[in-house]
Design a protein around this ligand. Structure first.
Ligand SMILES: CC(=O)N[C@H]1[C@@H](OP(=O)(O)OP(=O)(O)OC[C@H]2O[C@@H](n3ccc(=O)[nH]c3=O)[C@H](O)[C@@H]2O)O[C@H](CO)[C@@H](O)[C@@H]1O
Ligand SMILES: C=C(OP(=O)(O)O)C(=O)O
Length: 447
């Protein structure tokens, strides 16, 4: 058990480096299962809990996986099992992405229904619809999904009812070894889809049109391992940009790609933040009062749902009223209650949240209800009066590398504590966490 302790009031300045993208590296690691020959080397793989989890899934399937200084090596020449263990899949939704590669390479797979952040029901019907169109037989029962094909999958034309990122990735991977051509219509266009397509092509696949609404995949007989560097994490980059804006700071977000962050940059500019896109990163300068803006989440290239809660934190201190509309996930306002504990004025009406700006945020004990909500609460804590304690850190560890250290490097007053049993009972007696550590003479553990 651990917590982030944030004391508000410091202005962020300096340089922060973005890590590799979680949402790219996870499908890419899954895709490495397609490499029947040679090993795969995946660079800039962030040391996140989700990455460790999917690595364990691959090991359980019989692949040899090593992780050293942000480089993952996968030898998937021998796949001994086609069943992803329940304990791992329930921890992380992206584990379900091994289904496409296993089905197309081995003709069979059995996977439990995926878990992950509780931001909506998150069905997988579009993944399954795609596999079925390619000739797979799907059986559901007792929390498991079985997919089998009689011989190779075959190419098909698949129209996705929603432009699902995961379904596009899973079907794209399955199609690489199918017989003939697969066309995915209403495909997701996220930069992570393009990164996966580039990885697959470098393994010997033939994928065209990734990044547009129509992706065409010509099936090939075999794929081999390759050497690939993952793109920078646009959500992590956007989180630092908002943190900088929140504190009236001046921060260079090294590695951030402006092309991937169009709507976030536009909204920041509308609010009065100066955003300077440079060749190797983005500088954010906030030296004026912030104006309220309305935000609506949409699939890429719309405003990302993964940036909604961080943006809401920023709107809390803007001047005026904003409407934040979440159209991607039906239950992604859980952070609102936590913000309210910090004195925020927000009212949820259906899929919109009406945010009254100008709140004087005050520090509070809050809980990360999902990954991005955790980051948003920390950002709010950066300007709140007094101390904010953010628990539920396991969510944050799924997607942010050394968040406390990176923010502290920019001047934030933030650290992370691990509470052992003694500390917990002392905390219950009313001591602050900091005092507990002084009393026990333990150094707080940074993220
Ligand atoms: C590991 C990863 O890359 N995660 C990202 C991915 O999640 P993920 O791939 O799970 O998100 P999807 O794009 O699939 O989901 C978008 C919407 O489509 C719906 N849907 C999805 C699949 C399906 O078969 N049927 C269906 O109805 C979902 O319930 C949701 O409402 O994209 C999301 C949307 O940008 C991001 O928030 C996540 O960070
Ligand atoms: C919702 C997210 O991730 P996942 O799809 O892995 O739950 C996220 O990254 O914000």
């Amino acid at each position: 058990m651990s917590k982030f302790i944030v004391r508000g009031g410091n202005v962020l300045t300096g340089n922060v480096k973005v890590s590799g993208a979680k949402n790219s590296v996870l499908p890419i690691i899954a895709a490495s299962l397609l490499g029947e020959e040679e090993i795969s080397i995946i660079r800039d793989a962030p040391p996140l809990d989700d990455v460790m989890t999917i690595n364990k899934v691959l090991e359980a399937l019989g692949a040899e996986v090593s992780y050293d200084r942000e480089v993952i090596t996968v030898n998937a020449q021998n796949i001994a099992s086609c069943e992803a263990p329940y304990e791992l899949v329930r921890k992380m939704r992206a584990s379900f992405l091994v289904m496409g590669p296993l089905l197309t390479r081995k003709g069979y797979t059995r996977i439990s229904l995926p878990g992950g952040c509780a931001i909506g029901t998150r069905p997988i019907d579009q993944h399954l619809k795609g596999f079925e169109a390619m000739g797979a037989e799907i059986t559901l029962g007792q929390g498991f999904i079985e997919a089998r094909s009689n011989g190779r999958l075959h190419g098909a034309k698949i129209y996705l009812d929603v432009a699902s990122v995961g379904a596009t990735e899973n079907i794209m991977m399955a199609a690489t070894l199918a017989e003939g051509t697969t066309v995915i219509e209403n495909a997701a266009k996220e930069p992570e889809i393009v990164d996966l397509a580039n990885y697959l092509n470098s393994m010997g696949a033939v994928v065209r049109g990734a990044g547009t609404g129509v992706i065409r995949i010509e099936g090939v007989e075999k794929l081999r391992g390759t050497d690939h560097t993952v793109i920078p994490d646009r959500v992590e980059a956007g989180t630092f940009m908002i943190a900088a804006a929140m504190t009236g700071g001046n921060v260079f977000v090294e590695g951030a790609i402006a092309d991937h962050l169009g709507p976030v940059i536009s909204k920041l500019e509308e609010m009065g933040v100066t955003v300077d896109a440079q060749e190797n990163g983005i500088r954010v300068i906030a030296d004026k009062p912030l104006k309220a803006v309305d935000v609506k989440t949409l699939p890429y290239p719309g405003f990302p749902t993964d940036m909604q809660s961080q943006m809401m934190a920023l709107l809390l201190i803007s001047q005026g009223t904003s409407v934040v509309t979440e159209t991607v996930f039906e239950n992604r306002f859980m952070h609102v209650e936590q913000f309210q504990l910090m004195n925020a004025e927000i009212k949820v009406e259906g899929r919109s949240a009406i945010v009254t700006g100008g709140s004087k945020l005050s520090g509070a004990k809050v809980c990360a209800t999902d990954l991005r909500a955790g980051a948003a609460l920390i950002i709010a804590g950066l300007v709140a009066e007094g101390t904010t304690e953010v628990s539920g850190t396991h969510h944050i560890d799924r997607g942010y590398v050394h968040l406390a250290e990176k923010l502290a490097g920019l001047g934030a007053d933030i650290y992370r504590i691990s509470l052992n049993e003694d500390a917990k009972s002392a905390a219950a007696e009313g001591a602050t966490n900091k005092k507990v550590f002084q009393k026990l003479n333990i150094q707080p553990t940074l993220a």
